[in-house]
Design a protein around this ligand. Structure first.
Ligand code: NAD
Length: 418
C-alpha cells in the first residue's frame, strides 16, 4: 500500500519504518525541515534502537516531504501521528490535530477514496466530534461514504519501539466502516497478534485506560516500596512475589523514582480533565499523579541523610532520559530533582549516554560531563537505568539509587524504595 504519515516523531517515524519493512511505500510529512532531510538521507533524528538500520534497509520504499498535498494525492491511507500535548490545565491540546486534519481535509477534495487513521492519542469522542467534522468541512465530503476513518492507537514503548510495533500484544482498530475495516485487516494481516475491532471512541478509551492502569501500577508499587523502605523490607522480592500471581503480572512493578515520558503524565492528566468535564470524579487517578509528583523528592530526602546542606556540594547525576534506551526527556524524573538541587545551590554534574543534547535546552547552566567525571562528586544520584551504569566503579562513593542498579551497592548505598 502507499501510506502517508503525518508527523515523523517517535510514533510516526517508527510506524512508517516498520510498515516499510512489511513492504509498504511510505511518505512522511513533517513541518520540521531537518527531520525531512534526515529521513531522505536514511537516518533518524531520534535515538531509538534498530530504527536507523530499518530506515537504511528500506531506503528505496521511503521518502519524506514538507508538503501534505502530494503526500495525500499519492497515497491510499494517511496516518495522523501528531503530538497531543497537555494544556496548562492538564487538558489535551488539539491544535496540532486541528491543523493536520484541516490540511488533510483540503486534500481529500480531489481524492476518490482515502482512509484517515488517527494514531495519535486522543480523548474519547475526539475523532467523532472534532476530527471528522473538520475533515468533512474542509473536503465537502462525507465520512464513511466518500472517505474512511479509523482510530488505531499506538502502544509502543520508547526504547523498545521497533520491537513493540512489530510484535504487539494486540492491535486495536476502531471504525464504523466495513471498507475501512477490510483495508486495515489487510494492512496488518502479517502481524501475528489478536486484532480487536471496536467503535471509534472505544478505541480511543482503550489507549487512555491502558496508560492510566500502567501508571497506577507503578504508583502503587512505589507506595508499597516507600513503606517497605521504612520497614526494612526488600520491595523487589515483594514485587516478584506478587507478580507471580497471573491476575497481577510482574511487569510495571519495579519501584523507583516514578514514571515520566511523553505519554503517562499527559494522558493521565487529560483523562482526569475529561472526567471533570463530565462531572465524574477520578479519585484513584488523582492520587496516582500525586504519588508520582512526590516520589522524585524522596531522592533529595535520602541524599540529605548523608549531606544535610547541599549548598556548594558537587552532586553527580547519572541519567537524564525518562528511561533507558531513549533520548526523550519529556517529564523525566530528573527534571524536578535537578530543579531542587539547583534551588538548594548544589553544583550539578550530569551525564546521560543519549539525552544530554535535549536536556541542555532545559538546563543550559549545569555541568555536562562523562560518567567518570560524575563519579568525582560528593554524592551520586542514579535516575535512569541505562545498562552502562552497572559497569561503573562505585566503591567508596555515596550513591542514592532511584533505579535499582544493584552494582552500586559497592558504594555507600541507599536505594529509594529498598
Ligand atoms: P512527537 O512530538 O515526537 O512527533 C510529532 C511530529 O509531528 C513532530 O515531528 C512534529 O514536527 C510534527 N508536526 C507537528 N505539526 C505538524 C504538521 N502540521 N504537519 C506535519 N507534521 C507536524 O510526538 P510522538 O511522541 O510521536 O507522539 C505522537 C502521538 O502519539 C501523541 O498523541 C502521543 O501521545 C502518541 N503516542 C506516543 C508514544 C510515545 O512513546 N512517544 C507512544 C504511543 C502513543
Amino acid at each position: 500500500m502507499n501510506i502517508n504519515i503525518l508527523g515523523a516523531g517517535y510514533v510516526g517515524l517508527v510506524t512508517g519504518a516498520c510498515l516499510a519493512g512489511h513492504g509498504h511505500n511510505i511518505i512522511w510529512v513533517d513541518i520540521d525541515q531537518k527531520k525531512v532531510q534526515m529521513i531522505n538521507n536514511g537516518k533518524s533524528i531520534i535515538y531509538e534502537p534498530e530504527l536507523n538500520s530499518l530506515l537504511k534497509k528500506n531506503k528505496r520504499r521511503i521518502k519524506a516531504t514538507n508538503y501534505v498535498d502530494s503526500a495525500v494525492k499519492d497515497s491510499d491511507i494517511t496516518f495522523i501521528c501528531l503530538g497531543t500535548p497537555s494544556k496548562k490545565d492538564g487538558g489535551i491540546d488539539l491544535s496540532y490535530i486541528k491543523k493536520g486534519s484541516e490540511e488533510i481535509g483540503k486534500n481529500l477534495k480531489q481524492k476518490d477514496w482515502h482512509i484517515v487513521i488517527i494514531k495519535s492519542t486522543v480523548l474519547p469522542g475526539t475523532t467523532k466530534d472534532f476530527v471528522i467534522p473538520i475533515l468533512e468541512k474542509k473536503s465537502g465530503k462525507k465520512a464513511n461514504v466518500d472517505f474512511g476513518v479509523a482510530v488505531n492507537p499506538e502502544f509502543l514503548r520508547e526504547g523498545k519501539a521497533v520491537k513493540d510495533f512489530l510484535e504487539p500484544d494486540r492491535i486495536v482498530i476502531g471504525t464504523n466502516n466495513k471498507k475501512t475495516k477490510n483495508v486495515l485487516e489487510k494492512l496488518y494481516q502479517s502481524f501475528n497478534c489478536p486484532k480487536i475491532f471496536t467503535g471509534l471512541s472505544e478505541a480511543e478509551m482503550i489507549k487512555y485506560a491502558s496508560n492510566a492502569f500502567l501508571a497506577t501500577k507503578i504508583s502503587f508499587i512505589n507506595e508499597i516500596g516507600n513503606l517497605c523502605k521504612k520497614l526494612g523490607i526488600d520491595t523487589y522480592e515483594v514485587a516478584d512475589g506478587i507478580g507471580r500471581d497471573r491476575r497481577i503480572g510482574r511487569a510495571f512493578l519495579d519501584s523507583g523514582v516514578g514514571w515520566g515520558g511523553s505519554c503517562f503524565p499527559k494522558d493521565v492528566k487529560a483523562l482526569i480533565a475529561k472526567a471533570k468535564e463530565t462531572g465524574e470524579k477520578t479519585r484513584i487517578l488523582e492520587e496516582v499523579v500525586k504519588v508520582n509528583d512526590l516520589q522524585p523528592l524522596k531522592m533529595i530526602e535520602l541524599l540529605k541523610k548523608y549531606i544535610p546542606n547541599l549548598k556548594g556540594k558537587k552532586i553527580g547525576v547519572l541519567g537524564l532520559a525518562f528511561k533507558k534506551d531513549t533520548d526523550d526527556i519529556r517529564e523525566s524524573r530528573s527534571i524536578p530533582i535537578i530543579k531542587r538541587l539547583i534551588e538548594e545551590k548544589a553544583f550539578v554534574k550530569a551525564y546521560d549516554p543519549k539525552a544530554i543534547k535535549n536536556f541542555k535546552k532545559l538546563f543550559p547552566n549545569i555541568k555536562y560531563c562523562n560518567s567518570n567525571e560524575v563519579m568525582k562528586s560528593d554524592a551520586i544520584l542514579i535516575l535512569t537505568d541505562w545498562d552502562e551504569f552497572r559497569k561503573l566503579n562505585y566503591k567508596g562513593k555515596i550513591v542514592v539509587d532511584g533505579r535499582h542498579i544493584l552494582e552500586a551497592k559497592k558504594g555507600i548505598y541507599e536505594g529509594i524504595c529498598w
